[in-house]
Write a protein that binds this ligand. Structure first.
Ligand code: AHR
Length: 666
């Protein structure tokens, strides 16, 4: 499909700023006094005017009562949301280097598989719909070489995801399925530089026959320079026809998992201390049409059994990131899955009526839960063991669908209830998340999504302060301040942090939150949805300022919210305070969204002795537009410092445009 469809066809999408009916309940700040709505500069002018009249302006202050906890902090508050969007898996965290490793029947061209010819060699490349390596993959790449020699071989090449990264002294593991009409023809595989044509590594595979078979190879580089402008070639030295499919190449992966995840991106996620992974979407769960949904049974087992599928983000997913790979990703980062099950609604307003028609989908969800959690004695637990993971995975949350408020048929009430009634009696330990409010019952948890401008996020910092505690728990399963492209800038990060103080303060009711989208491949054509938390190309990745906010907040969580009152501070100054009684730690988060430094007199009551020095972590920049990028990945990063604390009462000034975490021991 032409690339412009990515941009022009997709927007069935909600607008940049998406709010829900609950947003109309936005209340005036009640934690923060009226005076905080006055900018610091205005406060100074007022002070100058009032002083001669003998009226003293009050100093900005933050009063904290450590001995007055107001809410428990959800230990699962910070997590991740993921889906195949912006080349998140293929061309992203899933470390496969070959683009379109499975030949797709719907191709109108072979954009990533041109022929390789040199000198007088001749090769023609086409898609052969009559033969493939398996029933699920019934087609292949036909490479017909009519003229070639050892000195001038011919074949096919792949350009990877905007290049193939080559690093020195590195071992790459590869494989492909192939058959030939000329038994014994050798295939040479090389990692070749686009400009010089020089191979950084080469290997030759022999033994091809008339039948489909898998071959493996290893490419080892020597002391070559680091580059991403490389491609993979598969050539033969004499006339013959070779059919290929599932051509694959992996670099070293996180924790050495076979066919696993990219190391740099996984390390960035680990630094976020995530407690859960909401998977597999998002719109990716739903698909544009019902057959395009995330059909989990077609994503498990050998690659040969995975037919691949079209994602709603207008490119085909290899399904290399299948259900088990998601679960292993969770395992590697010590997170629990929040498993979203397909619930009978796809984006093009296709739905399945509750009742008998929905039953197969409900059964699929039950099977999926069994695949994740069942013992090896169960049908699907045994399947998981066969796939290489006998131990069950922990699971506490199931989400029924995604954003079902967009289903104009109004069928969600009945669909949710049907899933609930089938799942809950069998798995009473599971919390079942609804994606929109329903009338027939109270769901265990409600998933609310917010895509906001900075202005909106700031104004929403108190949104949950008066949330009804008698209703369902809330999962803020998707949210972002969307300013900055491809990744959010400092203004967005400040607004994110302001919003997060509200989630944290109310985390007795907000059980989980996850920013979305998580990833973007920053190459031209890589992004379908700005702005995204972590950006990358083939070689490197970087965290946006919003990413650093998540790292800072989740790394200093605490176990209880304590009472805090901010007074006389500027507009756009926000705070939340938590403690960890066991560790005797206090975490004070202060967001200064203004261009002026914000001094605060901090008064900590009920803590006894406060140890000095304290730790201060600050993320700040000179302008709200300041940002990180692939070219300048570390322009903004948190800075840690030690500050002397005189006792329970001390003064601290917070930099302009800054997000701060003050960690004190008591
Ligand atoms: O995060 C991008 C998309 O926004 C998600 O796929 C969808 O759930 C939401 O509308």
């Amino acid at each position: 499909m032409p690339l412009q469809f990515v941009f022009f066809f997709r927007p069935l999408k909600p607008p940049a700023e998406k709010t829900f009916s609950t947003l109309s309940n936005t209340r005036a700040a009640h934690y923060h006094g009226v005076a905080m709505k006055t900018p610091t500069s205005v406060v100074a002018v007022l002070a100058a005017l009032l002083l001669p009249l003998g009226v003293a302006a009050q100093a900005p202050s933050l009063a904290i009562h450590v001995d007055h906890p107001t809410a428990k902090v959800s230990p699962t508050l910070y997590g991740l949301m993921t889906e195949e969007i912006n080349y998140s898996y293929d061309g992203g965290i899933y470390a496969e280097l070959v683009h379109d490793r499975v030949v797709d029947s719907s191709w109108d061209g072979l954009s990533h598989w041109p022929s390789v010819t040199r000198g007088n060699s001749i090769a023609a490349v086409s898609v052969d719909l009559s033969t493939g390596p398996s029933a699920a993959i019934p087609r292949s790449l036909k490479v017909s070489v009519t003229s070639a020699t050892k000195a001038v071989p011919a074949g096919v090449e792949n350009d990877g995801y905007w290049g193939i990264p080559v690093r020195p002294n590195t071992t790459y593991s590869g494989s492909f399925y192939a058959k030939t009409d000329t038994a014994g023809v050798p295939v040479t595989i090389g990692l070749v530089n686009d400009q010089t044509g020089v191979a950084a590594a080469e290997a030759t595979v022999t033994g091809l026959t008339a039948g489909w078979k898998q071959y493996t190879y290893t490419l080892k580089t020597a002391a070559v320079p680091v580059t991403s402008n490389n491609h993979l070639i598969l050539t033969i030295p004499r006339p013959a026809t070779v059919w290929f499919d599932l051509v694959s190449l992996f670099p070293p992966t996180y924790r050495g998992r076979k066919d696993g995840n990219r190391i740099d991106i996984m390390e960035k996620l680990a630094a976020m201390h995530p407690k859960f992974l909401r998977l597999p979407g998002g719109n990716y769960l739903e698909g544009e049409h019902i057959p395009d949904r995330f059909d989990w049974k077609k994503t498990i087992g050998p690659w040969l059994d995975r037919p691949t599928h079209m994602s709603p983000w207008r490119y085909r997913s290899s399904d290399g990131m299948g259900l088990l790979e998601y679960l292993q990703w969770c395992e590697d980062l010590n997170m629990e899955p929040v498993l979203a099950v397909y619930a009978g609604y796809s984006l093009a307003q296709q739905h399945v009526d509750p009742g008998p028609a929905l039953e197969p989908y409900v059964q699929d969800a039950l099977d999926e839960i069994e695949y994740v959690t069942g013992s090896t004695e169960t049908r699907w637990g045994a399947e998981r063991a066969k796939d290489g993971h006998p131990a069950p995975f922990p699971l506490h949350y199931i989400e029924v669908g995604n954003e079902d408020e967009f289903d104009r048929s109004g069928s969600y009430d009945g669909r949710y209830a049907q899933f609930y009634k089938a799942i809950k009696p069998r798995y009473s330990n599971l919390q079942i998340i609804a994606t929109t409010p329903i009338k027939s019952m109270t769901p265990d948890v409600l998933d609310e999504h917010f895509y906001m401008t900075a202005e909106k996020s700031f104004s929403m910092a108190n949104h949950y302060d008066t949330q009804d505690r008698g209703g369902p728990k809330i999962f803020v399963g998707e949210w972002a301040t969307r300013e900055g492209d491809p990744t959010p800038n400092l203004q967005a990060a400040l607004a994110d942090a302001a919003w997060l103080t509200g989630l944290e303060r109310n985390s007795d009711v907000i059980v989980m939150e996850s920013y979305a989208p998580l990833f973007v491949n920053v190459n031209p054509g890589g992004m379908q949805w700005p702005s995204d938390l972590i950006g990358y190309n083939a070689l490197s990745s970087y965290g946006s300022p919003s990413y650093w906010v998540q790292v800072m907040f989740s790394g200093h969580l605490g176990t209880e919210v304590v009472s805090s009152t901010l007074a006389n501070a500027a507009t756009r100054v926000y705070e939340s305070v938590t403690r960890d009684e066991k560790q005797r730690k206090l975490f004070i988060k202060v967001v200064n969204g203004t261009s002026d430094a914000q001094p605060l007199s901090i008064d900590i009551q009920g803590a006894g002795k406060i140890s000095s020095p304290a730790k201060l972590v600050t993320l700040s920049g000179k302008t709200p537009n300041a940002t990180n990028s692939i070219a300048n990945p570390n322009a903004l990063a948190p800075v840690e410092s030690s500050i002397a604390v005189a006792g329970p009462k001390f003064k601290q000034t917070f930099a302009p445009y800054s997000i701060n975490v003050l960690e004190l021991s008591y």
